[in-house]
Design a protein around this ligand. Structure first.
Ligand code: SF4
Length: 555
């Protein structure tokens, strides 16, 4: 058996590990809730409520399940009722996120003593008994504790906060009570974090017969954040009740692919396959859950139906407007015909060219630029530039790679040296990230603002140009989807930005240069793909200089 490449995960994850001797470096000055507790408690006459006596047939609603439900109700449903064999294995990037999360948890725990209850993996009943023992003993801090209450017959609520911290006050245990703490990687105290924190406080209050006024989030960049329990518990209860109803009634939510939430989901392959089988409209760019709701009310659930719809039928719906309505219909037509179409001409619009030549310049020398960065570390580790010299008929790729994070400034200056050698060359890139990053690095490294702004003046965002002028038969307007549709292939088919971050971390961990070579190959392919899209767009504009839209005669 090979050793796990994730040592932090191993340190944290061993179920039979003894208590870690670590301290929480935050001043947790939490208050006991007085006056207006969110919900009255019904103390057990014997003090501590009885330990749960559930069975495998019961529904165990964990904080993790509630968290997933908020992002996608279908995910929560599949986690309970789905075929586990159809789950995707975690991607390398997801493993890295977990590793980062565990490292953050260990940072938060620090060096003081923390107790850990012993129980078999996911045996909530045993976990609840072991945690209750520690709470009754009055230990200062408990990690990986389990707190369980009955929600209704056959349905249990399972709270596993990252930490339970003892405070002075009155509870069923004596003159102390516990406050839950969740450790999160996210930058902001997102609502789903806060709802989950309120869930912990709610479950814990029933067991210890005392409310804490706050439930805490420890955010990696922002530090401690207090979630006010009285404010958040009523909202949490509404969501919890919806979640429990869906699970109790076994109502399977419809597939809806939204890449920002689905891409890291372990049911993605399964859901995507279903969506493709059905030509589900969520695969059409521009169809959001809200717009889908209105399309369904109009029984416009197929590409064929949408393609022959008059946009006037859609434009007054909430969340549409005439631009969205015309574009959606054009999008359905492009997808059905598997052809690129010019953007739609609006009814009141006088025909004018899709783009002016200066907006997509063709020059003797053109630069194609792509950055690789690890935003969580605020680090740019690669500036890749493909220099296309049309006279010399050459294409040369220049990678400026910080193999050590300390080299970030040096490679920034090397990059500036190269691009200033071609002062008249447009710099093509895809999406605003490069502009934002160049501006930020200019400030970070005190570069001349004249130099930086002159460089940014030469930037051409190809994503903006493509989406402004063309409607393509793609599921997203990401570089990969567009370039692939145009026939461009990456040498590493599975490479992506998240994978690149993982490879960089692996290079730092192992010193294996293969990871750096793979990053360079991926970045060069991104630059070449941008060049490919630019060449195609130039041609497309010659063939389709004006917007166009034909009103269907069928509706
Ligand atoms: S892939 Fe998307 S739709 Fe399917 S369960 Fe996951 S988040 Fe929900």
């Amino acid at each position: 058996m090979s050793a796990s490449p994730y040592p932090l995960e191993r340190r944290w994850g061993e179920e039979n590990d003894s208590a870690h001797s670590v301290a929480l470096p935050m001043p947790l000055r939490s208050r006991q809730s007085e006056g207006h507790p969110p919900i009255p408690l019904h103390p057990n006459p014997n003090g501590i409520p009885p330990v749960p006596q559930g069975s495998d047939q019961d529904l165990w609603v964990t904080d993790e399940l509630l968290f997933d439900y908020q992002r996608c109700s279908r995910r929560a449903f599949l986690d309970v009722y789905g075929d586990a064999d159809r789950r995707d294995p975690p991607s390398d990037y997801l493993k890295k996120l977990r590793q980062d999360s565990l490292a953050h948890q260990l940072d938060v725990l620090g060096e003081g003593q923390v107790h850990r209850p012993h129980y078999p993996h996911q045996d909530w009943q045993a976990g609840a008994i072991a945690t209750l023992e520690l709470m009754q003993q009055g230990v200062d801090r408990i990690t990986k504790g389990v707190v369980v209450i009955q929600h209704e017959p056959g349905i249990w609520l399972v709270s596993c906060p990252d930490l339970l911290v003892k405070q002075s006050g009155v509870s069923a245990f004596g003159d102390w009570y516990y406050v839950p703490v969740d450790v999160r990687l996210g930058k902001r105290p997102k609502l789903d974090y806060q709802i989950t924190a309120a869930f912990h406080a709610y479950v814990l209050a029933q067991v210890q017969n005392a409310w804490s006024a706050e439930s805490w989030l420890m955010l990696r960049q922002r530090g401690a954040y207090a979630v006010y329990v009285a404010e958040m518990v009523p909202r949490m209860r509404d969501i919890l009740n919806e979640c429990v109803d869906m699970l109790r009634l076994q109502q399977e939510p419809e597939v809806f692919i939204a890449h920002n939430r689905c891409d890291l989901c372990h049911w993605f392959s399964h859901c995507y396959e279903l969506a493709q089988q059905d030509d589900h409209l969520s695969l059409l760019p521009g169809v959001t859950p809200n717009r889908y709701h209105y399309l369904r009310n109009l029984n416009l659930l197929s590409l064929d139906a949408l393609a022959v719809t008059h946009p006037r039928l859609l434009e007054y719906l909430p969340g549409f407007g005439s631009h969205v309505a015309y574009r959606l219909v054009q999008q359905a037509r492009a997808t059905l015909s598997n052809a690129a179409l010019p953007r739609p001409l609006m009814p009141e619009e006088a025909p004018r060219p899709l783009l002016h030549p200066h907006e997509l310049p063709t020059s003797p020398v053109e630069l194609y630029f792509d950055i690789e960065a690890a935003p969580e570390q605020n680090l740019v580790y690669l500036h890749g530039v493909l220099v296309v010299d049309r006279h010399a008929q050459s294409e040369v790729f220049y990678p400026f790679l910080a193999s050590d994070p300390d080299d970030e400034a040096a490679v920034w200056y090397e990059f500036l040296d190269l691009v200033t050698q071609f002062p008249a060359a447009p710099v093509y890139h895809f999406c605003p990230f490069e502009v934002q990053t160049v501006r930020r690095l200019g400030q970070k490294f005190n570069s001349s603002s004249q130099v930086v702004e002159a460089l940014i003046e030469r930037f051409v965002d190809l994503h903006e140009r493509v989406t402004r002028v063309a409607v393509l038969p793609v599921e997203s307007y990401a570089l990969k989807a567009i370039a692939r549709w145009l026939g461009f292939n990456w040498r590493d088919a599975d490479a992506n930005g998240a994978q690149s971050i993982f490879w960089y971390a692996e290079w730092r961990r192992t010193g294996d240069r293969t990871y750096l070579d793979t990053i360079l190959r991926y970045n060069e392919d991104d630059c070449r793909a941008t060049y490919h899209v630019k060449e195609w767009l130039t041609q497309f504009l010659q063939e389709n200089p004006y917007p166009a839209f034909e009103v269907s005669k069928e509706r």
